[in-house]
Design a protein around this ligand. Structure first.
Ligand SMILES: O=C(O)CCC(=O)C(=O)O
Ligand SMILES: [Fe+2]
Length: 177
C-alpha cells in the first residue's frame, strides 16, 4: 500500500505541466481534494483509511503515556482534522549548497511520514542532526507543536529537515493531524 501510494505521487508530479496546471495556485491555502485526480482515488482512499486507523491507536497510546484515560485525546477532539502532503524533491546538482527542506518543526498535533528509499530526513537531537533512515513499510510518527503546547512540554515537537541530494527524485508523503 505504501509503495503504491509513493508511486502515484511520483507519477502525478511527473505529468506534463499542462496536465497539472489546474492544481497550481499562488494561494498557499488552496487545497487539492484527492477526488479531483482520478488516477489517485483508490490509492489515496486506501492510504487515508489506514492512516485513520493508525491515528486511533496512536491517540490511545499517547493518552496512556500521559497517564490519562485511553480516550482522553479523542474526547477533546485532538487530531480531528487532517491534511495530506505529497512531495517530490528533484535531484540536486549541488546538494551541499542547499537543503530539500530547511529546519522546522511541524505546526500539527502529529505527523505520520513515509519516505521512499532515498532517505535524507534528519531530526535534531541534542544539537546533532541524526539521519532517519528509510525503512521499507515503516512510517515515522512526529509529535508537532500543538501536541507539545497542549501537554505542557511533556511531549516535544522535534525539529527536522530534509537534505538535498544528487540522487533522486525523492518522494515522500505525510498526513498531518
Ligand atoms: O519530506 C519529508 O520527509 C519531510 C518534509 C517535512 O518535514 C515537511 O514538509 O514538513
Ligand atoms: Fe516537517
Amino acid at each position: 500500500m505504501m509503495d503504491a501510494m509513493l508511486a502515484v505521487v511520483k507519477r502525478f508530479h511527473e505529468l506534463p505541466n499542462a496536465d497539472k496546471a489546474s492544481f497550481y495556485s499562488d494561494d498557499a491555502r488552496r487545497r487539492v481534494d484527492p477526488r479531483e485526480i482520478p488516477s489517485w482515488r483508490d490509492q489515496v482512499r486506501e492510504y487515508v483509511k489506514y492512516m485513520i486507523e493508525l491515528r486511533e491507536v496512536i491517540r490511545e497510546l499517547l493518552s496512556e503515556a500521559l497517564g490519562l484515560r485511553r480516550d482522553y485525546l479523542s474526547s477533546m477532539e485532538c487530531m480531528k482534522s487532517r491534511s495530506l502532503a505529497c512531495l517530490y524533491y528533484p535531484k540536486c546538482p549541488e546538494p551541499n549548497k542547499t537543503l530539500g527542506s530547511s529546519k522546522h518543526s511541524d505546526v500539527t498535533f502529529l505527523t505520520l511520514f513515509m519516505q521512499d528509499s532515498i532517505g535524507g530526513l534528519q531530526i535534531l537531537h541534542q544539537d546533532q542532526w541524526v539521519d532517519v533512515p528509510p525503512v521499507r513499510g515503516a512510517l515515522v510518527a512526529d509529535i508537532g507543536d500543538l501536541m507539545q503546547i497542549i501537554r505542557n512540554d511533556k511531549f516535544i515537537s522535534v525539529e527536522h529537515r530534509v537534505l538535498a541530494q544528487s540522487v533522486g527524485p525523492r518522494i515522500s508523503a505525510f498526513i498531518c493531524y
